[in-house]
Design a protein. Structure first.
Length: 168
């Protein structure tokens, strides 16, 4: 049963990253592929920047819980260079957290996100990431084949599903 669930999850990730769905006006501001990310722009659901916590606080906030709702500020370390369907943000211990977007309802610009500050709102939870998913994300990030092939073990990590993102 777990294998079937994981297979469905992996398939949905791969299919979603290969789709060319354009965001609609009710889900985001200017299209990710049309607008540069040089000023504060909101993608996905609009939200107020209230009760924002630093990404460094999220790990302890989520500790011992299945999931936690939060609005988080962080620095982008890496992002999907294919469709803009995910980003990695820096955590306190210099590790990263994968941020995906609820139901692939919106995408971010694919260029110039590294080093940008973002604020996002949604749900954080711990997940086991399969080898296939890790390799898929590495390919999206433009990693060399040698690095992709070196991924051989599933890993548990803190993940975040964002309902909305503001790029500063």
């Amino acid at each position: 049963m777990k294998k079937i669930g994981m297979l469905l999850f992996v398939t949905s990730i791969i299919v979603a990253c290969n789709q060319t769905k354009q965001p609609t006006a009710e889900h985001s501001t200017p299209s990710a592929n049309e607008a540069p990310a040089d000023t504060a722009k909101t993608y996905g659901a609009a939200f107020a920047e209230e009760n924002v916590i630093a990404a460094s606080e999220l790990t302890s906030l989520a500790s011992g819980k299945d999931s936690v709702q939060a609005t988080v500020s962080a620095e982008v370390v890496e992002s999907c260079q294919s469709k803009g369907c995910w980003m990695d943000v820096r955590l306190a211990d210099n590790s990263t957290m994968k941020v995906t977007f609820r139901d692939y309802g919106f995408f971010l610009p694919i260029k110039d996100l590294k080093g940008k500050n973002v604020v996002f709102t949604g749900t954080a939870k711990r997940e086991v990431v399969s080898v296939d998913d890790q390799r898929h994300y590495a390919k999206d990030a433009g990693k060399p084949e040698s690095e992709i092939n070196a991924i051989t073990q599933p890993k548990e990590e803190l993940r975040f599903v964002a309902d909305g993102v503001i790029i500063k």
